[in-house]
Design a protein around this ligand. Structure first.
Ligand code: KG4
Ligand code: ZN
Length: 379
């Protein structure tokens, strides 16, 4: 088996994957909640939490498996991500590698996401990938290990980051994506006008930009606050409409309560969320259309589209991408819901393929890289 470790942001995770069948044998993950009220991940806090959580997962694992007998290699997510947190995972992985006398494998976290639809599936198939996470938004021609060509990427904020920033403006907790999705789904009236980024800018047909949209949201919120001064009661009511739905159990979920009772005073959070999400999705779809066209022009027919990363859990986004894919006869590949966000199972799945190819690192030379520089290939 191969043991894999993930600690690139705020999830600590360890997995065991069979080297023979590539099946996932074990996966445990702890997501930090210390950042919820802070608007984003604080690296120092996250690093301390990994030091606690990775050890507690390992302790549980050691109680269930004989690592000395069963583990033949260690894989660890080393780039990109937060250096301070990547180092926690690397320290654990490197120590295990030396103590067990097995090789260490350095895995690109983004390739991990691209592999996430192939967890428990031994056959990686070449495809085009849309990676939408908190750290990245990119289009990749994923032909195989060592052959992952970046076709386009965000020029500024990532899609997940823009969801998180809009959530923050609406006084919702981090990570804000699921809250915005929920609020947006509750709004069925007209949408506010939002900008359509990079529509006519030459050379950027496959790139993304979300910062203009974020600023438009900021202005819309400010406008609503100004107009609503003096009409406090109306506002409170418009922000309360979600607290009426009590879900299957009859009690309000934590999310219902947060959305119902929170929300920026004076702002119609659902209208803002829905308008933002619609524009964000329209931008995604326009990039995908451009990619299908430009790949076609290069003689690469897009037959499969992988949609991966934390934001791929969003049902509205999935719906829009599925509709586009259907129109073009493209098969979509999604990770299981629980493997959309960061996890060690995807790192293990890449690790097994790297093991087969003998792609090992030196225990004394392996290191972490926080940010990928301007790159065109994922390695
Ligand atoms: O892939 P991920 O777990 O971490 C990174 O590698 O960055 O992605 C986390 C991001 C966060 O920005 C979070 O708000 C977003 O994924 N996210 C969502 C949803 N669930 C998570 N965004 C929109 N809709 C969702 N349902
Ligand atoms: Zn990730």
């Amino acid at each position: 088996m191969l043991l894999s470790v993930e600690s690139s942001c705020d999830d600590s995770a360890i997995a065991l994957t069979s080297l023979a069948s590539k099946e996932l044998v074990y996966h445990a993950k702890l997501t930090q909640d210390e950042h919820a009220g802070l608007g984003g991940v604080v690296p120092e806090l996250a690093s301390r939490a990994h030091a606690r959580d990775l050890v507690s997962i390992l302790q549980e694992l050691v109680g269930r498996y004989d690592l000395r007998r069963d583990v033949k290699a260690i894989a660890v997510s080393t780039h990109p991500g937060l250096s301070l947190t990547l180092l926690e995972g690397l320290m654990m992985a490197n120590t295990l590698s030396i103590a067990l006398g097995v090789p260490i494998i350095s895995v690109n976290h983004l390739i991990g996401h691209i592999y996430s639809p192939f967890i428990n599936n031994p056959e990686f198939v070449p495809h085009s990938a849309l990676l939408i996470s908190g750290g990245h938004t990119m289009l990749v021609r994923a032909s195989g290990l060592g052959n992952m060509h970046i076709l386009g990427a965000s020029l500024d904020d990532s899609l997940g980051e823009s969801y998180d920033k809009v959530a923050r403006m609406l006084d919702l907790p981090y990570p804000g994506g699921p809250y915005i999705e929920r609020l947006a789904a509750s709004w069925d009236k007209a949408l506010l006008n939002m900008p359509r980024p990079l529509l006519n800018s030459k050379g950027n047909a496959l790139n993304f930009s979300y910062s203009g949209l974020k600023n438009a949201v900021r202005l819309a919120i400010a406008r609503q606050r100004d107009t609503m001064v003096g009409k406090k009661q109306d506002l409170v009511e418009s922000n309360f409409h979600l607290s009426g739905s009590t879900g299957a159990g009859g009690t309000l979920s934590k999310m219902d309560r947060t959305i119902g009772w929170g929300g920026a005073a004076g702002v119609n959070s659902a209208e803002i969320a829905a308008s933002f999400e619609a524009a964000a999705i329209a931008h995604l779809i326009s990039r995908l259309k451009n990619m299908i066209k430009s790949e076609n022009a290069k003689g690469v027919k897009v037959k499969r589209l992988g949609v991966v990363g934390g934001v791929s859990a969003n049902m509205a986004i999935k719906g829009a991408i599925d509709a586009l894919a259907k129109r073009h006869g493209i098969k979509t590949l999604y990770p299981e819901m629980k493997y959309c966000s960061d996890n060690a199972a995807m790192i293990g799945r890449v690790g097994v393929d790297m093991y087969e190819m003998g792609m090992f690192s030196d225990n004394l030379k392996i290191g972490v890289h926080g940010r990928d520089r301007k790159i065109t290939e994922l390695i």
